[in-house]
Design a protein around this ligand. Structure first.
Ligand SMILES: O=C(O)[C@H](O)C(=O)CO
Ligand SMILES: [Mg+2]
Length: 259
């Protein structure tokens, strides 16, 4: 069965980041992943993870100007210089904290700019990948219902970009929730793209709650990941229905364990 990581962007939202790390350890998680931890000291996060023996996986590149609707800058024409600054910030924070993964966020791009956006993203990724050879850079499609206009929502689009970038440390973040909402055929896509899948995330479809309700039977997804030989982590990136701790029973219901 998979190894689970607690996504502290969504889990234990009622407390500060360092307390979320404590909560993840107490719940039995052996790894954590973050969204945008930049206002917390990377040294303190590193120390707190070390206290608990937790692996810190990764974080997201900054969103840019969220008040203007930006949600990442990787594929946004004209914002290359700001992307570089943001990537450097993610890299420095991640290196200091001991992370190994950076989710390079592509961003929202107007339909008429998509063609240019693709070249911008490929160029940005090539530079980023060579600047951070020890990090795995992951690309994630975000479904159009949650984030209209996001640069990509399908696994195929990301696979094409990765092929074009042609760097060994650029991979897919396969968020089963987004794939389920956007296109389905989870098993087919896992099998086709397994060699370039660097990280997996889960949540119920369509609710994005604990992975024990809705359209996807996650016990089967976990078995399929095992059958395919996936050896990476599975990030629990769901929005708890109520208190995070009271929802953790999903693991036992699905025949697995958090740790
Ligand atoms: O929303 C998601 O699925 C992400 O993984 C993310 O980090 C940006 O929101
Ligand atoms: Mg995700």
């Amino acid at each position: 069965m998979p190894r689970f990581s607690a996504n502290l962007g969504f889990l234990w939202p009622d407390r500060p980041l360092l307390d979320r790390i404590d909560a993840a350890a107490a719940a039995g998680f052996r790894a954590i992943e973050l969204h945008w931890p930049y206002d917390v000291s990377a040294h303190r996060v590193k120390d707190r993870c070390a206290e608990h023996g937790l692996v810190l996986l990764g974080l997201n590149t900054p969103v840019g100007q969220s008040e203007k609707g930006e949600f990442g800058l990787g594929a946004v024409p004209g914002r290359q210089a700001d992307f570089e600054v943001g990537f450097q910030q993610a890299l420095e924070w991640g290196r200091t904290a001991g992370a190994s993964v950076i989710h390079v966020m592509a961003g929202v791009v107007a339909p008429q700019e998509k063609h240019a956006g693709r070249s911008v993203l490929v160029e940005n990724l090539r530079k980023a990948a060579s600047r951070a050879p020890e990090m795995m850079l992951v690309l994630e499609g975000i479904n159009q219902r949650d984030r209209p206009g996001y640069f990509y929502s399908t696994i195929g689009e990301k696979a094409e970009i990765i092929n074009e970038v042609d760097a060994p440390n650029v991979k897919i973040m396969f968020d089963v929730y987004h794939v389920g909402v956007s296109e389905g055929d989870i098993f087919g896509k896992l099998a086709t793209h397994l060699p370039i899948i660097g990280h997996v995330q889960i949540a119920a479809v369509p609710s994005r709650a604990e992975p024990d309700e809705g359209e996807i039977h996650y016990a089967n997804v976990f078995r399929e990941l095992d059958r395919l030989g996936y050896r990476g982590w599975v990030g629990c990136e769901y929005k708890p229905r109520a208190a995070t701790d009271s929802g953790l029973g999903w693991a036992r219901t699905l025949g697995t364990a958090i740790s």
